[in-house]
Design a protein around this ligand. Structure first.
Ligand SMILES: Nc1ncnc2c1ncn2[C@@H]1O[C@H](COP(=O)(O)OP(=O)(O)OP(=O)(O)O)[C@@H](O)[C@H]1O
Length: 333
């Protein structure tokens, strides 16, 4: 087996809230193999973005933040790196694409100058080479007339085209890891499909690993090799995609799957929901983080954090229900 591209070990990311350091990410372990697409799903406020942005230390600039644990990228602990070292890795060995391309693209520079800038900065190539490579990138991501697109400003492009340009910039330096944080949420359904197909195609062609963050379980089922379900800063279930969709174990995962709209609409039933909402950081329950919304929770769940149990090989769940009989993973206990 190859060495993993990314290995996150017992990561905690804490923010100061009411004079206390509170964990938005609370003991996450995650491994991504070369070429693998890993999905992170969970409701708003589960800590998906904080966790993925920590890989590139994107929160360091604008807010007080404390990290514990390790983020090993090709065996180097990024949490020990200076911000100067981090700048060299961003957009080069690790890239990120966000939900809203207009927030990531500069409104006052053409597509050409934005694409060329990243290539000249990181790859130290000449202007002519950068221009040639930029046209190739736009072609590869399916922009019909790349030379024409190069001259445009982002506002002159449709939402789908802006997203493609952002992907081209992210991939220009052929990163080993792409972090895609809700990359299709702001797009029309048909364009969503195209962008997901594009990401899948690029993963196959370039062999890069992808950390795919989303609310959309449908997208996960089509795209990802494995899925981690996140709730209030913790991974509560982790399995290969097919296994997770066919044999969900955690009450939270079961709840999320039951909320996929088309199944209920087809049968003209009321759409199920998970009662309540994700608590804020200052209201994290003492025992299992999900206990306040779980219909199966008992006294033990409310008092003691559950262990991580390997229910079947490669399928782990953080829930007391599976604690007896399953194989305990010491890290999560
Ligand atoms: N700078 C900060 N200070 C305090 N709390 C923060 C800060 N940034 C994020 N949080 C909190 O961390 C938690 C996780 O937020 P995060 O944005 O990672 O969730 P998410 O799962 O990505 O949600 P969404 O899908 O809406 O982006 C939330 O409770 C959020 O309020």
């Amino acid at each position: 087996m190859q060495d993993p591209i990314l290995e996150i070990r017992n990561l905690r990311v804490l923010f100061p809230v009411h004079k206390k350091w509170l964990p938005a990410v609370d003991g996450v372990d995650l491994t991504i193999q070369p070429g693998e697409i890993t999905g992170i799903v969970g409701e708003s406020g589960s800590g998906k973005s904080v966790m993925s942005q920590s890989v590139l230390r994107l929160r360091d600039h604008d807010t007080a933040v404390r990290y514990e644990g390790e983020i090993l990228f090709e065996k180097e602990n990024l949490l020990k790196w200076s911000l100067k070292q981090m700048r060299n890795i961003r957009g080069n060995r690790i890239s990120v694409i966000f939900q809203d391309p207009l927030n990531s693209l500069s409104p006052v520079h053409t597509v050409e100058s934005q694409l060329m800038e990243v290539l000249i900065l990181h790859k130290k190539i000449s202007k002519e080479e950068a221009k040639k490579k930029s046209v190739q990138m736009l072609k590869m991501i399916g922009i019909p007339n790349p030379e024409n697109c190069m001259k445009k400003y982002p506002f002159e492009l449709s939402g789908g085209m802006q997203q493609r340009v952002m992907i081209a910039i992210a991939l220009a330096c052929e990163p080993k890891l792409l972090i895609a944080d809700e990359p299709t949420t702001a797009l029309d359904v048909t364009i969503q499909e195209q962008i997901l197909y594009l990401i899948q195609d690029l993963n196959k062609k370039l062999g890069m690993s992808i950390l795919f963050i989303t609310h959309d379980l449908g997208a996960v089922s089509n795209l990802c090799h494995s899925v981690k379900v996140m709730y209030l800063g913790q991974i509560v279930e982790d399995a290969k995609t097919e296994e997770l969709f066919t044999h969900p174990l955690h009450p939270y995962t079961k709840g999320l799957l039951a909320c996929i709209p088309h199944l209920a609409v087809e049968r003209r039933k009321e759409l199920p929901t998970i009662p309540g909402s994700v608590p804020s950081l200052s209201h994290i329950p003492e025992g299992c983080h999900f206990c306040t919304r779980c219909h199966e929770a008992d006294e033990r769940c409310r008092k003691m954090p559950p262990p991580v149990v390997e229910a079947t090989p490669g399928h782990t769940v953080k829930c007391w229900k599976y604690a007896e009989g399953g194989k305990k993973n010491e890290v999560g206990v």
